[in-house]
Design a protein around this ligand. Structure first.
Ligand SMILES: Cc1cc2nc3c(=O)[nH]c(=O)nc-3n(C[C@H](O)[C@H](O)[C@H](O)COP(=O)(O)OP(=O)(O)OC[C@H]3O[C@@H](n4cnc5c(N)ncnc54)[C@H](O)[C@@H]3O)c2cc1C
Ligand SMILES: NC(=O)c1ccc[n+]([C@@H]2O[C@H](COP(=O)([O-])OP(=O)(O)OC[C@H]3O[C@@H](n4cnc5c(N)ncnc54)[C@H](OP(=O)(O)O)[C@@H]3O)[C@@H](O)[C@H]2O)c1
Ligand code: HEM
Length: 529
């Protein structure tokens, strides 16, 4: 019987597969008939998927088969002893977690006699005694105290030394803590891990947001060993490569919303600018005409700011893709880096989109309350009263009915697709669709959303752009301002999907290069040599 197999990139998973083959279930790739005889496993034919654990659904979707994942992490095996230097918050929390997962834990401490706070099953010894008994030593101490490890160089020779440390400030030291540790104890093999997991989360089990553990080392075997430990305690290792990456990993916990900063600042900047624009155009202008409309500050003006900012931000999600296409067309190749500003912009489109969605939500909620506003009800009453007083009936103007129904329908549909975009960006949803499906939603439905929302604002404006009185102090109505960037994006996109242009850009994106770009490369290579 032919069954399918995914080979995972570490030794303990091989054991799971071995066990799995004794059942006739299994998994992606190809292996021979299930058999208890391990030698008959054709491992060479198996797919090699080191990041399987972090994204099993992806493999499931591309292989189109059922994936078997073991429920117990230690499959009834007794683990080794692990030594932890330092009995502080982190050392104790990690120690407890390791004990729960079947490891024996030996603490190396300056005061091994003081075991009052330590988990009961753990042992506490001096640093050198503890290190001697284990092959893996986790240094749960601050970098500033690493000096004493120099004296333990002989004991630590050939052992795996795990650096879990973080810094309190970015770029405080020239090299990463892990590289510094490797310099101090050159005979040990240093692996960076666990620094993004907090002691509190380990202790409380509240690890939903921080299950991922970034691991890096120059020694592959040592790294795989630490990744085994990470898995055994129920976390998800992510192989980040060599020890030089430690600097980047150490910076993660110090960064405050790194990918959100640009979208947040853009959203905040636009909000302030549109607020000032609306206040000048509405409140200040009316105040000069002795008409007090300051109450517009509460709902009218926010309900202009939110949709306008949302529409501009939505367009800003799609503008970099257009720029990227133009740059690639101009260069005739995709094998050259985009300018840094464009790279950064492209990378934060998800966050930009989600900020835009939150503004759209605010607009939808503010719109809901329009009919119950006192000023709106008052105006409606007065309109009826005036009709009675003048003995005139306002006729139903069909164009206005069409206009209001059309812009509302476009707004509702636009909002619906906006929400679809937001839902597909949730990791649980994006993991369950393949790359093509994700691109279809984000790119194609994204453009549809932009078209619908732009149409909504255009139809709402209707012929107002022709009415001179609307240009207060020569300032166009704010809905017109909001349409500039979306229209620019849509026009450029229309040009890019003209068949001859689209064919060229598709060829470039499939890896073809124009002669011109080849010449450019050769020229630069010659110049460099
Ligand atoms: C509510 C909401 C949620 C969103 N969630 C997400 C999300 O979860 N993830 C996300 O990425 N975006 C998200 N976005 C932003 C946006 O929808 C996507 O970035 C969308 O894919 C952009 O489509 P595009 O056609 O402009 O560009 P893309 O689909 O990025 O690509 C255009 C072309 O450029 C090429 N290209 C793209 N990047 C590069 C590159 N670096 N180098 C070379 N070529 C490149 C591609 O091959 C592609 O053919 C979200 C937006 C909103 C409004
Ligand atoms: N706390 C967290 O949430 C967290 C999360 C990720 C990473 N980390 C990292 O984990 C490491 C430990 O953090 P922590 O919060 O546990 O710190 P901590 O509570 O201050 O504990 C550090 C331990 O180091 C030992 N130590 C202190 N001074 C020493 C010295 N001069 N020489 C040798 N050992 C000394 C002490 O243990 P003994 O008294 O037993 O010797 C002390 O308990 C740090 O590098 C930190 O960046 C912490
Ligand atoms: C549930 C969906 C929506 C409804 C019911 C809705 C309704 C409305 C209404 C009633 C107005 C007029 C407001 C006023 O007169 O003060 C308006 C204006 C506007 N809407 Fe929407 N809308 C929706 C979604 C959206 C979305 C998703 C966007 C785009 C991001 C958007 C962008 C705009 C813009 C730019 C204006 C003009 C603002 C102004 O100049 O006053 N709307 N919308």
């Amino acid at each position: 019987m032919q069954s399918r197999l995914i080979l995972l990139a570490d030794t303990s998973w091989e054991k799971i597969l071995y066990q799995a083959t004794t059942f006739s279930a299994v998994i992606g790739g190809t292996c021979q008939e299930p058999t208890p005889d391990r030698s008959s496993l054709e491992l060479s034919q198996a797919a090699f998927c080191p990041d399987f654990l972090s994204n099993p659904q992806f493999y499931q979707s591309i292989m189109g088969t059922k994936v078997m994942i073991p429920l117990c992490s230690d499959f009834a095996e007794k683990h080794d002893s692990i030594c932890i230097f330092g009995t502080g918050d982190f050392g104790r929390s990690l120690g407890s977690k390791l004990l729960q997962s079947g490891y024996s834990v030996i603490f190396g401490s300056r005061n091994p006699g003081d075991t009052s706070l330590l988990p009961r099953a753990a042992e506490a010894l001096s640093h050198s005694e503890a290190a001697r008994k284990c092959s893996v030593i986790i240094a749960a101490i601050q970098r500033d105290h690493y000096e004493f490890l120099k004296e333990l160089e002989e004991v630590l020779e050939g052992k795996i030394l795990v650096d879990v440390s973080n810094n309190v400030k970015l770029n405080r030291y020239p090299e990463s803590n892990a590289e510094y540790l490797a310099k101090i104890v050159p005979k040990a093999t240093v692996v960076k891990a666990f620094n993004t997991v907090s002691a509190w989360a380990l202790q409380s089990g509240n690890l939903d947001a921080s299950r991922q553990v970034f691991v890096c080392s120059d020694d592959n075997k040592a790294k795989q060993h630490v990744m085994d430990i990470v898995r055994a305690i129920g976390l998800t290792p992510q192989d980040k490569g060599c020890l030089v990456v430690a600097k980047e990993i150490e910076d993660y916990p110090l960064q405050l919303f790194p990918m959100w900063r640009l979208p947040m600042y853009t959203g905040a900047g636009l909000t302030v600018a549109v607020f000032l624009y609306c206040v000048i155009q509405d409140i200040v202008y009316n105040a000069e005409k002795k008409n007090d409309v300051s109450h517009h500050l509460m709902i009218t003006i926010p309900n202009r700011i939110f949709p306008v900012v949302s529409l501009i931000l939505l367009a800003l999600c799609y503008l970099p893709g257009v720029f990227a296409a133009i740059i690639q067309l101009y260069r005739g190749t995709k094998y050259r880096r985009f300018p840094n500003w464009l790279d950064r912009w492209m990378l934060c489109r998800k966050q930009l989109g989600l900020v835009a969605l939150s503004f759209a939500f605010l607009h939808a909620i503010y719109t809901l309350v329009i009919p119950i506003r006192y000023s709106v009800k008052y105006r409606a009453d007065m309109s009826i009263f005036n009709q009675i007083k003048m003995n005139k009936t306002r006729i139903l103007e069909k164009p206005l009915v069409w206009r209001s129904d059309t812009y509302l329908a476009l707004g509702i549909l636009g909002f619906f697709f906006y929400i679809v975009l937001g839902i597909t960006s949730l990791p649980s949803v994006s993991n369950s669709v393949n790359w093509r499906e994700f691109r279809f939603v984000q790119s194609k439905l994204g453009y549809l959303t932009l078209v619908l929302c732009t149409g909504h604002a255009m139809v709402y404006g209707w012929d107002r752009f022709l009415i001179l009185a609307r240009y207060r102090w020569y300032m166009p109505p704010v809905y017109m301002v909001s349409l500039v960037i979306p229209c620019l994006v849509l026009i450029l996109k229309l040009v890019l999907i003209i068949p001859c242009v689209d064919k060229r850009i598709t060829r470039i994106r499939q890896g073809n290069q124009s002669k011109l770009s080849f010449n450019f490369f050769n020229f630069s290579e010659k110049n460099e040599s």
